[in-house]
Design a protein around this ligand. Structure first.
Ligand SMILES: [Fe+2]
Ligand SMILES: [Fe+2]
Length: 244
């Protein structure tokens, strides 16, 4: 059985250096892979990225992450990603990786994603340029995720995002901010390939478990949601959604 450890929204800074590391070393004995679903830092500074790198680097299992909106705040997201990559961490953005874990080729496609909302309550590419740009950014991110998932040559697919693909894992958040927490386009992307698991963060007051309309398991692993250093999920090549 392939096991994935996952957490998001760890929001590290100097004052938290070293806090997660002991638990993550235990995770490395329980899982084949660690996924981190964005918001690694508080404000996306290089100082904070160094803390993240020292916390995540050198574990005995691969670490795959996407960035979150907080990691973009200082407009240094490319440099933040480089600090992490230099530490041996795989940073995905509109990209994918395939890892041989426990004899299984595990593919992970990752994108930060974006808001836009959900069916019946969503933005569209209409009206002012700013509105169209907002809606387009979310759609294009999801389109890239879908392409990456469908292109993977592997046994089991996992989708890793910061923003949520479904409203069910946002329950607990104010309804008024759902359009800033995720997009139905992400769920459509996930459902466009035989995806075994979708992991996201961002919604600190949300709910851990949900399903896409196509039946893919979704897990909101934001640290305040799972209330532990990480959660572990079992994956199996047979662990795929049943077509409707
Ligand atoms: Fe966050
Ligand atoms: Fe976030």
């Amino acid at each position: 059985m392939t096991c994935v450890a996952a957490v998001g929204d760890i929001h590290l800074d100097r004052d938290l250096a070293g806090h997660l590391r002991p638990a993550l070393e235990i995770a490395a004995t329980q899982a084949n892979l660690l996924l981190v679903a964005g918001d690694l830092t508080r404000h996306g500074t290089l100082d904070e990225a160094e803390v993240v790198a020292s916390e995540l680097a050198g574990l005995t299992i691969p670490v795959v992450v996407v960035l979150g909106n907080h990691d973009y705040h200082s407009d240094q997201q490319d440099d933040v990603a480089k600090v992490l990559t230099d530490g041996g961490i795989t940073v995905l953005e509109r990209s994918s990786t395939v890892l041989d874990v426990g004899g299984v080729r595990l593919g992970v496609a990752g994108v930060k994603g974006f808001g836009g909302g959900f069916a019946g309550r969503c933005t569209s590419e209409f009206g002012e340029p700013e509105t169209k740009a907002f809606a387009r950014h979310g759609r294009e991110a999801a389109d890239a995720l879908g392409y990456c998932l469908r292109s993977l040559d592997c046994d089991v697919r996992v989708a890793l995002t910061h923003y949520s693909p479904i409203p069910e894992t946002l329950v607990g958040e104010p309804l008024e901010i759902y359009p800033f927490l995720g997009s139905y386009h992400l769920a459509q992307a996930i459902d466009s390939a035989p995806t075994a698991l979708a992991v996201h963060g961002h919604a600190h007051a949300g709910t851990e478990r949900g399903l896409t309309p196509g039946g893919v398991k979704v897990r909101n692993v934001a640290h305040p949601v799972i209330r532990q250093a990480y959660s572990v999920y079992e994956l199996d090549p047979a662990d795929l959604p049943v077509p409707a």
